[in-house]
Design a binder for this molecule. Structure first.
Ligand code: GLN
Length: 192
């Protein structure tokens, strides 16, 4: 089976591990930089991106992760999407800077900050349930980024080569198409 790491520093990493296991992949909870070795892919879950950054600044974790995400399939959800983006605003903060996109944090304001939507997606199988929790908004994507789903005209699910990002939480829905798409991306990357 594919060995997929889930960054387990903070946030809802367990739900991602469950989704991966249901799809027949082996999930590995990653808490130290040396656990990145030998993985076929990685999921960076939602949570609080500033908390992730604080933790990653210890033990050279940020540097290891930076080189990992340049070559190995990685899927960032919500805070994970913020960490992958080249540019982070509202406020500006450091990131792994691999996904050619600009992301605005906490973009939906307090009243409507968390919600469940059913939206169109180019993934086969019809509309997709999307759970948003204090979600960021992707306000710009570069030419290499492909949009797989949008909300109000803004991309919410994207891919760029070996990278994938969602501003919502696919692990909190029972529909496994988004995780399956990531596993397909990992396989395609290996055979490429
Ligand atoms: N608001 C969080 C941040 O800015 C992201 C929220 C989430 O991951 N659900 O990092």
């Amino acid at each position: 089976p594919l060995r997929i790491g889930v960054l387990a520093i903070q946030g809802d990493y367990d739900a991602h591990a469950t989704a991966l296991n249901e799809l027949g992949a082996q999930s590995i909870l990653v808490r130290k930089p040396d656990q990145l070795t030998g993985l076929d892919g990685l999921i960076i879950p939602g949570g609080e991106s500033t908390t992730f950054l604080k933790f990653l600044e210890r033990d050279g974790f940020l540097k290891s992760l930076q080189s990992f995400v340049q070559t190995t399939p990685t899927f960032g959800t919500c805070a994970g999407c913020i960490l992958l983006a080249k540019e982070v605003q509202h406020p500006h903060q450091e990131s792994l800077a691999v996904l050619d996109a600009t992301v605005e944090r906490n973009a939906y304001g307090r009243q409507i900050d968390s919600a469940i939507y059913n939206g169109e997606t180019s993934l086969p199988g019809g509309p997709l349930e999307m759970v948003y929790i204090r979600a960021p908004r992707i306000t710009r994507t570069g030419p290499a980024v492909r949009t797989l789903a949008e909300r109000d005209g803004f991309p919410v699910l994207v891919e760029q080569g070996h990278l994938m990002a969602a501003t919502f939480h696919p692990e909190l829905s029972s529909d496994r198409r988004v995780h399956q798409h990531f596993l397909d991306l990992v396989r395609n990357h290996q055979s490429a």
